[in-house]
Design a protein around this ligand. Structure first.
Ligand SMILES: NC(=O)c1ccc[n+]([C@@H]2O[C@H](COP(=O)([O-])OP(=O)(O)OC[C@H]3O[C@@H](n4cnc5c(N)ncnc54)[C@H](O)[C@@H]3O)[C@@H](O)[C@H]2O)c1
Length: 363
């Protein structure tokens, strides 16, 4: 009989509740055996709500006391590296929220430790697994828009204190180590690099748009947050060489927008992403084919084996289990995450100097 994977979730906050606890057994042959949070009551609450047998107040206690195969790190950004090193060092497989570490060197340490311990790791976000991204990749591969040369991608919202309902205090999102770039920019950078591969260089401008914020829901409704330490609005241009480039806009700076989240432009057409990605939409495609008398927008039907549809952002667990069971590389590879992290780590230098910054990592 196939192995049932024992999973623990570290960090029982907004995202763990929204995406992980309720989907663990749906996304893999797995069960949640433990919930962990430094605020122990949150771990207990999760156990009560989802019928999980064990609650712990830190990852070390989990690793010492619990029989677990896989850990999902859904804690605050600043805690990821320590948690991930502990998990990998204990020989457990890892799904980590983004970014997995604060520096490229530290993520390399995690990658090396995973190899040494013979375990696998996958890194959020999950965009390379998206239905619409994979359809767009196929269309580009088949020449549907000619030579694709430009991507424009905007991943922004109005800020965690505004956009999502929260019972945990979101002030940490505005403190050193976190911020709009590593929380939101990471999405856009992962998306464009999923489509065009590793970038060669980039430049960036960034500003603080909203130095004081107010929490708009949950236990801390009305609390003011000092938010002037890290920029909350970024404009990044990426150079891919070969006449290809991308524009990434990202931040906690757009309460709403009616613009498509992303468009890919080629010399014979455009692919446009207008619908929320969790609805598994097929992107619209503009085709310019004068030899066949066609010029216009269409929603393409599926003529190839369709990619897998997304059910939840816990799909990263399915990716990890698939990689473990088949001893293959996961889709959500740590090497891809490291390339995105290199861009994010070098952004302060790009802002400060105004220069175009070269990139070294690939995936
Ligand atoms: N779409 C997405 O991919 C998406 C969306 C939102 C958040 N996230 C990510 O999910 C993670 C959590 O964000 P959130 O919105 O749930 O935040 P949150 O503040 O609601 O939850 C974080 C939880 O982690 C706990 N925690 C902090 N340090 C810990 C430690 N050392 N050990 C155990 N628990 C610890 C906190 O007590 C809190 O309960 C972050 O990495 C964030 O970037 C991803």
């Amino acid at each position: 009989m196939a192995k049932k994977w024992k999973v623990a979730v570290v960090g029982c906050g907004m995202f763990a509740h929204a995406q992980y606890f309720k989907n663990i057994s749906k996304e893999a042959n797995a069960e949640c055996v433990a919930a962990v949070d430094i605020v122990y009551e949150r771990a207990l609450d999760a156990c009560k709500k989802y019928n999980i047998p064990n609650a712990y107040s830190n990852v070390y206690e989990l690793l010492e006391k619990c029989d677990v195969d896989i850990v999902i790190d859904a804690a605050s950004i600043q805690a990821h590296h320590e948690i991930n090193m502990a998990v990998l060092g204990a020989g457990k497989h890892l799904c980590t929220q983004k970014p997995a570490a604060p520096t490229v060197e530290q993520l390399t340490e995690q990658i090396e430790l995973a190899k040494k311990m013979g375990v696998k790791m996958v890194c959020a976000p999950i965009h390379p697994m998206r239905y619409d991204i994979n359809i767009a990749k196929q269309i580009m591969h088949d020449g549907g828009i000619g030579n694709p040369y430009y991507i424009k991608c905007n991943m922004s919202h109005g800020g965690p204190e505004y956009f999502q309902y929260r019972d945990a205090d979101p002030s940490w999102f505005f403190e050193p180590g976190a911020g709009a770039l590593v929380d939101m920019g990471v999405h856009a950078l992962q998306i464009v690099t999923s489509l065009f591969g590793a970038a060669k260089a980039f430049s960036c401008m960034a500003k603080v748009t909203t130095p004081v914020r107010e929490i708009r829901s949950g236990n801390y409704d009305g609390k003011k947050i000092k938010a002037d330490m890290i920029p909350d609005h970024y404009v990044v241009t990426l150079d891919y060489g070969d006449g290809k480039m991308a524009l990434v806009e990202s931040g906690f700076s757009m309460k709403s927008s009616k613009a498509p989240q992303m468009e890919i432009f080629g010399d014979q057409g455009t692919i446009s992403f207008t619908s929320p990605y969790m609805t598994n939409p097929i992107p619209d495609v503009y085709v310019d084919a004068p030899e066949r008398g066609i010029r216009g927008w269409m929603t393409p039907m599926q003529w190839i084996k369709p990619p897998k549809k997304l059910n939840s952002q816990c799909c990263l667990l399915g990716d990890l289990v698939n990689a473990i069971e088949n001893d293959t590389a996961p889709v959500l590879s740590p090497e891809h995450a490291r390339h995105v992290l290199e861009i994010m780590c070098k952004i302060p230098e790009a802002i400060e100097s105004g220069n175009r910054i070269a990139l070294e990592t690939t995936f």
